[in-house]
Ligand binder design. Structure first.
Ligand code: URA
Length: 434
């Protein structure tokens, strides 16, 4: 097979065969096809697109390019959850204890944050001693005994995707639906999921800003899941404002704990219940999505979800006493109110800018090796549709350097647009694709 022929074929809008896709993924992973030829193919795919069959084949080829996790030693149906990322998105910290309290085995691989969105692992490391670097044996053992373990992604998980993603990043070919969908799904398939629930975020703080693009991505990922025999549901949710109120690692952990105690923000609870319901239903721990939701609400009322969080944090070496005494989490030195001098209703929040402002405080990674400050961030008080009076606080900033706080607060304020008139609040759940 010649790479030249594959590029020519896709350039002309033809369909690549299964053998051709498998061949190029395998050879590129081995390093026998140069970047410039793969770049040309990616650009051809960008303009010509891929059929569902091509996308499914690409997904499976990338998943098989490295370790395929064998979770067969874990009893029950393993349901994974993935979010396309957003600002203040601490949903995994809420959903995983809730569903595992109902006996759903949570065997999850999570990532660290990069750029303006945070990562679950960074947040969990707010608990002193907590580690995701556990052995495969401990991982499997923990899921079998306490029903939950979260590990960092192994280095050899879908290496083809790693290489292709890096190349897409420098060849302006990231934003192609089939390429994004296969990239995300290849890692889920390699992680051993039997069923997958996706949170596809859309809006000013999301990767997919436009709702119709988010819908296309969701449909493509659900098709891939189906094509590979995994039950898959995608929930399209709003990211035109931070989720909940907390943005920043340990601030978000504290908010997740409050949510499991029954005192969390409505939007965070709602999306957690929605995602969790499908997970519980797919794991056959409820007869319907509705029944699953009712059972999940009970895990908060009876304290079993919070107890799961305690067990999970302890089992991975973390100090679970922080759950009952959240004041023990380190506090930033500078805590100040962010005041707007106008009166009006919040019309728009450029949410990505809130994420960047948190990064400026030291709460996010600019490069893979950046060390992050877990104590910094924001607690947002005003969201879209809320009234704000001149002199009123719209958020509290938590920082450890005067210079960083001043710069971050300026950016935060600029992210807000006011209107003199009342505006409708956003609908959180925009669509569900099953
Ligand atoms: N996240 C991924 O994992 N892959 C993409 O292509 C885009 C976002």
């Amino acid at each position: 097979m010649r790479m030249y022929d594959l590029i020519e074929k896709k350039k002309m809008g033809n369909v690549l065969s299964e053998q051709e896709i498998e061949w190029f993924v395998e050879e590129y992973t081995k390093g026998t096809i140069p970047d410039y030829q793969v770049s040309a193919l990616l650009m051809a795919i960008y303009f010509q697109g891929m059929t569902n069959e091509e996308t499914v084949t690409l997904t499976l080829s990338m998943a098989k390019s490295g370790d395929m996790l064998d979770l067969s030693k874990i009893e029950g149906i393993k349901v994974d959850k993935h979010s396309t990322g957003g600002v203040g998105d601490k949903t995994s910290l809420v959903v995983t204890p809730m569903v595992s309290a109902l006996g759903v085995p949570v065997a999850k691989m999570s990532g660290r944050g990069l750029g303006h969105t945070g990562g679950t692992i960074d947040k969990l490391e707010s608990f002193p001693g907590f580690s995701t670097g556990i052995s495969e044996e401990t991982f499997i053992n923990n899921v079998n005994t306490i029903k939950i373990a979260i590990a960092g992604q192994t280095a050899n998980l879908a290496p083809a995707d790693k290489k292709l993603y890096a190349l897409r990043d420098v060849t302006a070919t990231v934003d192609q639906i089939s390429l994004i969908a296969s990239s995300i799904m290849s890692k889920k398939i390699a992680s051993g999921a039997d069923a997958i629930v996706l949170d596809v975020k859309t809006g000013s703080g999301a990767f997919m800003r436009k709702e119709e693009e988010a819908l296309k991505l969701a449909r493509t990922m659900v098709e891939i899941g189906k094509g590979l025999g995994r039950e898959t549901t995608a929930i399209i949710s709003d990211m035109n404002q931070p989720l909940g109120f907390a943005v920043g690692n340990n601030l978000e952990v504290k908010e997740a704990i409050e949510t499991l105690k029954g005192n969390g923000p409505k939007d965070l609870l709602e999306i957690s219940l929605e995602l969790g319901s499908y997970m519980v239903y797919y794991a056959k721990k409820a007869n319907s999505v509705k029944e699953a939701r009712e059972k999940l609400i009970k895990t908060i009322e009876d304290g079993s979800a919070l107890e799961q969080l305690r067990k999970f944090v302890s089992a991975q070496g973390g100090d679970a006493s922080y759950i009952d005494a959240p004041e023990k989490f380190p506090m930033a030195d500078i805590i100040e109110e962010i005041i707007l001098e106008e009166t009006g209703y919040i019309k728009y929040i450029e949410t990505e800018e809130i994420g960047f402002a948190a990064m400026m405080l030291g709460g996010g990674r600019e490069t893979k090796d950046s060390i992050i400050d877990l104590s910094v961030g924001f607690i947002v008080h005003k969201k879209v549709g809320d009234q704000v009076l001149a002199g009123e606080s719209i958020a509290t900033v938590y920082g450890n350097s005067r210079k960083q706080v001043d710069a971050a607060v300026k950016r935060f304020k600029e992210a807000y647009t006011l209107s003199p008139d009342y505006l409708e609040k956003f609908k959180l759940i925009k669509d569900i694709i099953s």
